[in-house]
Ligand binder design. Structure first.
Ligand SMILES: *[C@@H]1O[C@H](CO)[C@@H](O)[C@H](O)[C@H]1NC(C)=O
Ligand SMILES: *[C@@H]1O[C@H](CO)[C@@H](O)[C@H](O)[C@H]1NC(C)=O
Length: 476
């Protein structure tokens, strides 16, 4: 009898502890915010077979006001709203970036400082002077480009960008907006129409010979050893199409359809900041290096040569160690790779893996599952969030298969960093846990028995009261 009773006491206590610990892991329920969601269409791109388009679209539709951005999903659609597959229209990238613009100042594509997003730097231009136009950049290290806020490419359909509670990216804090300025959004969309082209993967990798391009967007000669990449598939360039293919009506309009998710801003939302890290960053640790942005030239893209012997060795591993410019906690991570990519990762100096982000390749025809294309990247939600200290060195690693050579490949890593973690919701279970660790097993058992007895007494008293009050539970 006594043994049986002891066991049931223990098991009821275990139940109690389980109940307490589950209530703890659901502790955010109290602050869970109502998610708002809205779908928008970008201005249209008019495409013909072989066309590359890379416009900068100002003042796109976007939720207005002070809020917390929770997610941004996108895909290319046609005039009827049908998803367009990557083998017809390759989405090289979309990137979005907020900016402040002086009220009444009109921006055009020509005003765009080209040292933005994935675009190539224009040495002769210094537009977007602070007085009229201020870009809001990510917190990353690249000084010359990769300054955009967020963006993805062909992988956009199957990549999770959602940021769980209580985190969000703070948008348009009125205290940060300069007087007389408006907060707006810029979209840079780079799409390549590969209907009827002679070499689909060559066109998507921007091989210069297929575009017959020898000078870049700004009229500068392209180095002879540069075989492909963004210099060769800028806005209004043309990839080679099979003879006779584009006879007949092939012109079509396409749009980026994007879904924005957000929550109203208040003190229960914890801000997360975007940092974009580039494996082609020129920075090297040296004596006296400060990690200052002037030391970071980002090439954005690189080339992987085909391997000589087929087999296991056909992998290009590219690494870069960078000094982190922040104190905080990584709550989200995702890599951006091009076709041929076989994974990206972020490590601590001691080799601990913080996040790996792996590509998903399609194996069919339909949008979201196109064979040979990266249709998604896995994202990381480190649990618990990974603490990083300013000045700490983290290492990026990007792998590409070299069974075939590839031009214009990328290795970007996006991380979202919170300055602060949520307070534990309830102090009671924390107390239990701390005690469970520090006390001897015997003392712990003693406490368990005392608690169980209290629970038992409480239950008996409660039942007796119920009986005396004449209440009847509904279930009996
Ligand atoms: C390639 O460009 C050159 C010079 O710009 C031009 O003469 C030639 O016809 C072009 N070739 C093709 C196939 O378009
Ligand atoms: C990259 O390849 C190397 C060598 O094959 C491997 O050790 C590493 O885990 C790979 N990294 C990722 C992110 O896949």
């Amino acid at each position: 009898m006594a043994r049986y009773g002891g066991r049931s006491l223990k098991s009821s206590l275990v139940l109690l502890l389980v109940a307490l610990s589950t209530s703890r892991s659901h502790g955010f329920l109290g602050t869970e915010k109502k998610i708002k969601s809205e779908v928008f269409l970008s201005p249209k791109l008019v495409m013909n077979p072989g066309n590359a388009a890379n416009p900068f679209l100002f003042d796109i539709d976007f939720p207005r006001g002070h809020y917390g951005l929770k997610g941004f999903d996108a895909e290319m659609v046609d005039e009827e709203g049908n998803p367009v597959p990557l083998h017809e229209l390759y989405l090289h990238h979309w990137v979005i970036q907020p900016y402040y613009v002086r009220k009444g100042f009109e921006l055009s594509q020509r005003d765009m400082p080209r040292n933005h997003g994935f675009a190539r730097q224009d040495p002769g231009r210094n537009l977007g002077s602070k007085s009229d136009f201020i870009l809001v950049n990510n917190g990353g290290l690249c000084r010359n480009n990769v300054r955009h806020y967020f963006g993805l490419g062909s992988e956009t359909r199957k990549t999770s960008t959602y940021l769980p509670d209580p985190y969000a990216i703070e948008i348009d804090n009125p205290e940060e907006r300069p007087d007389g300025y408006e907060f707006k959004w810029l979209l840079n969309l780079h799409a390549i129409d590969t209907r009827g082209v002679v070499d689909k993967s060559g066109c998507t990798e921007c091989r210069c010979d297929l575009y017959n391009v020898t000078i870049d967007e700004y009229g500068r000669a392209i180095r002879p050893d540069y075989n492909g990449g963004l210099y060769c598939c800028y806005d209004k360039t043309q990839c080679r199409v099979r003879n006779g293919f584009d006879n007949g009506e092939k012109t079509r309009s396409v749009y980026l359809k994007y879904t924005v998710k957000w929550v109203d801003w208040d003190s229960t939302v914890l801000p997360a900041t975007i940092y974009i890290l580039d494996v082609t960053d020129s920075w090297e640790r040296s004596q006296g290096s400060t990690g200052d942005s002037q030391e970071h030239y980002c090439h954005i893209e690189y080339e992987v040569k085909p391997c000589k012997t087929n087999g296991d060795g056909c992998v290009d591993v590219k690494k870069k160690s960078l000094m982190m410019p922040f104190n905080g906690y990584i709550v989200y991570g995702v890599a951006h790779q091009h076709a041929g990519g076989i994974g990206g990762a972020l490590y601590r100096e001691d080799g601990e893996r913080i996040c790996s982000s792996m590509p998903k390749y399609g194996n069919g025809d339909e949008p979201g599952n196109e064979a040979g294309y990266i249709v998604g990247m896995s994202s990381c939600y480190p649990e618990p969030a990974v603490k990083v200290t300013k000045g700490e060195t983290l290492t990026l690693e990007f792998n590409y298969s070299t069974t075939n050579g590839h031009t214009g490949v990328m290795g970007l890593f996006y991380i979202l960093v919170a300055q602060q973690l949520p307070e534990p919701e309830s102090s009671l279970p924390a107390l239990f846990q701390a005690h469970a660790k520090s006390m001897s097993v015997l003392a712990f058992l003693a406490v368990m028995v005392v608690v169980a007895v209290i629970v038992l007494i409480a239950a008996v008293v409660y039942r007796r009261q119920n009986r005396e009050d004449g209440y009847q539970s509904l279930s009996t």
